[in-house]
Structures are given as C-alpha cells and as structure tokens.
Design a protein around this ligand. Sequence first.
Ligand code: F0G
Length: 350
Amino acid sequence: MSYNGLLHKYGNLLQLPAHTRPITLLEGDTPLISAPNLARALGGGFELFIKYEGLNPTGSFKDRGMTAAISEAAGREVKTVICASTGNTAASAAAYAARAGMKAIVLIPQGKVAAGKLAGAVAYGGQVVQIDGSFDDALGMVVQISEKHPISLVNSINPFRIEGQKTSAFEICDTLGSAPDWLCLPVGNAGNITAYWAGFQQYNNLRWTGLPRILGVQAAGSAPLVLGHPVEKPETVATAIRIGKPARGEQALQAAEESDGRIIAATDEEILHMQNQLAMLEGIWVEPASAAGLAGLAKEIAAGQFAAQGKRIVAVCTGHGMKDPDIITQGMGKPKIVPPRLDALEEVIL
Ligand code: F0G
C-alpha cells in the first residue's frame, strides 16, 4: 500500500476540524532502528531503539506537527503563518507553507540557529527575522502578533501541532506491538513530550498497548523544568533546546509524573559525547539536542539510578546531524592533503 502521509494514515485518530485540507510531504513513517552497540556500551542487558525523526522531509520531527497545523490553516484559507523558532520549526513551517501557497514568517534568536536550519528556512522561502533576544522573547512576540493580525501561529501552542506529533507514539506501538518500557527524549518548549504522552495514552485506551515511563532530558544550562523556575539567559550547545520558559512546561511535568518517569538535565559535554557515541557506534548522526535523551539515559544508568535490565527502551532522536554541521567541523583538524600518488596515499592510510 502506498504511503500518503500522516493525516491519511492516522487522521481518524487526530482531533482536526472538518475543514482541514491535507498538505503533506509524506512525513512520518520514520524507522525505529535497533542500537545494540550503543546498548552494550551503556552496560548492556536491555533493548535499545532509536526513533530516527531526523529522517522526516525537512530533517526533524517538526514535520509531524506541521502537516497538521498547516493543513488546518489551509482549510481556513489562511494566507500567512508565523512562528518563533530555534531553527527546526522555522524550516518545517516554511516548507509546508510553501507547499500550501502561504507566506511563512519565522522569528529566530540572533546568532543561535544552526546553519542547516537557517538555510532550510531561507531555501523554502520563509521570511526570516532575527530577534536580538532569546527564543522565549520571540515566542512572546509571535503570540501577540497573531492575536493582533490575521496571521496564524504554528508553534506548538497551536493544538493541531500536538495532534500531529502524537503519531510518532502510534508508530512506535505499531512497530513494537506495544509501548516500550521507557521513552527518552529531549525537552525544549515541551510540545513533543506532551504529544508523546497524549499519543501513548490514546493508543493504550484504544488498543491496550500499555504506557511507557518517560525520561525527559533538558540541557543543563537551559533546564527550567529541573530547576523549578524559568531561566532568564538559557545557554547550551544544543541550540534547538535553548529555551528558558517552556510554553508547555506544566504538561511536561505532568507527563513525567503520570508516567512515573522524570525530567533531568544533561550537560553539554554529556550531550556532545553521546552525539559522538551514537554516530561512531551505530552510524546514526543526530544534531546535539537530539542526543540529549540518550545522554540522560546514559547518565542515569551510570549513576545506578536506572533499572535498565531486561527493559525495552526507545530514544527519540529528533533532528538530523546535518542540521548542525559546524559543531563537528569546528572541532576537527583539516583532513590530510596528499599528492595524487599511490605511495603517498599508502604512507598515510596503512
Ligand atoms: N529536538 C530538536 C531537534 C528540536 O528542534 C526541538 C525543539 C526539541 C528537540 C524540543 O522539542 O520544544 O517540543 O520540547 N525545537 C523548537 C524549534 C523549539 O523552534 O525548532 P519541544
């Protein structure tokens, strides 16, 4: 059977208005890749799977929510959409808006957006505005603008974004036959953790798939949900989750509590180390923020605070490594240059 996108496959399980007009790039249906080498490196004795959301059309999980939000807006003949973004939402909004014939305006925090994301937003024709402030400042501005003007907000405050993002939980249950024991994922503005928990609960009510415990992971320099208060000047190398006042923070805490899970913080060093391990041991390159869930898992296991034995664990890797090439190329030496002679090559590689 051909794949026609998320709304076609799971639309009957999503609360979308009747006027919704599907705009799709055939997002979703991402692979759940087993990661035995990494599991072994973390101590072994459990099953580990990567839900590789970097393989969505614009390179991140945002496309799941965006197909829903833009489709709903398209059904209302919306002409312009707007979002604040650390980069991935911007690229996704611009792509889906392009396909729907809409204008997309994206506000990004100045100088803190990875190259692959900014390039995407521009390539898809989005109007990019840099704010001399944080993501949180930008989000406050787009909320006000969308109340004042006929411009639709497509951040995850938009309920249709959450509806679309629930589908990843459905896919995981469909692939495994049940929910995993644990789900680990990065937490920024907290839309995704909210969506996963809603999705798993809905599927469990319908199909008795069970519920996972949720391990949400923030970057230590941007960890308002761990600290219990907003962070005025969030900082982290994982720029996607450089957020100090998560819009759905309460729901994230609720998801962690109801699932008998928790939200913890991982340092930049731990995040980058995990990004490296995942790429080197499994051939899966994700952007730094996307390694946060796994970094948190590794940290918990190492601290003896996580009974992993015999468990089935899914880590959500939210965005592709190519989104943020600089983080790799900045730290590397220049590849060696050799003259075009076999003996010179042999000298270097043997
Ligand atoms: N991982 C990546 C790669 C992201 O881009 C984001 C959020 C998250 C995780 C966290 O998801 O916000 O639902 O908790 N990026 C947003 C953006 C903020 O603008 O692209 P969340």
